[in-house]
Design a protein around this ligand. Structure first.
Ligand code: MN
Length: 208
């Protein structure tokens, strides 16, 4: 991704995640919400030419390096543009097979079992208050942990490397599930792109 940023296509059809994540939600989420973040990121960068040359993730990982007059706009809209691309890629049709191999071992080492990880992830994602994201990250000690961030903040700003993320903003689920966030998370679990999560874990860097 580089300036001027463009809205990336979804890596599958809008209805491909049915019946778990519905076609209408995907249209609004990608065509309206993510597009809005991309456009507003470009608007903010229009008034900061130096930022146009910078790597978006590096910039968002070090928010203090962004001049104050555009900082909030870039964190909110740059974060929104980037995280949604990760989030849409972290889902796939016929996903949800669960972690395998080294990733499964790492989850077991960090949480005791796959089931404990899943339970904690569900609890944290259900309980998170307000608009934000719940992540599985590689911590600075190499262990996996579950963290949440408000708004569009990136865990990279805390030195954490994300490998899985769920959008818990209401726009991610309200059309289909209304206030039943827990039901949305259960459905989302069926479309997780575990091979990509494993790639992110093994490479320990984000290529999106
Ligand atoms: Mn969203």
């Amino acid at each position: 991704m580089s300036y001027p940023y463009k809205l990336p296509d979804l890596p599958y059809d809008y209805n491909a995640l049915e019946p778990y994540i519905d076609d209408r939600t995907m249209h609004f989420h990608h065509d309206k919400h993510q597009r809005g973040y991309v456009n507003k990121l470009n608007d903010a960068l229009a008034s900061w030419p130096e930022g146009q040359q910078r790597d978006l993730v590096h910039m968002l990982s070090d928010p203090e390096s962004i001049p104050q007059h555009v900082r909030t706009a870039i964190i909110n809209n740059g974060g929104g543009a980037w995280i949604h691309t990760l989030f849409f890629n972290i889902m796939k049709p016929a996903g949800g097979q669960g972690p395998t191999g080294e990733l499964a071992q790492a989850i077991i080492s960090s949480f005791g079992s796959i089931e404990s990880f899943k339970k904690q992830f569900f609890t944290d994602a259900t309980a998170f208050f307000g608009s934000g994201w719940v992540w599985l990250v590689i911590g600075t000690d190499g262990m996996l942990k579950i963290v949440s961030t408000p708004g569009h903040d990136l865990p990279q700003a805390q030195g954490l490397m994300p490998i899985l993320v769920i959008d818990v903003w209401e726009h991610a689920y309200y059309l289909k599930f209304q206030n039943r966030r827990h039901e949305y998370i259960q459905n989302w679990w069926h479309v997780i792109n575990w091979p990509l999560v494993a790639d992110l874990y093994n490479q320990k860097l984000i290529t999106i």
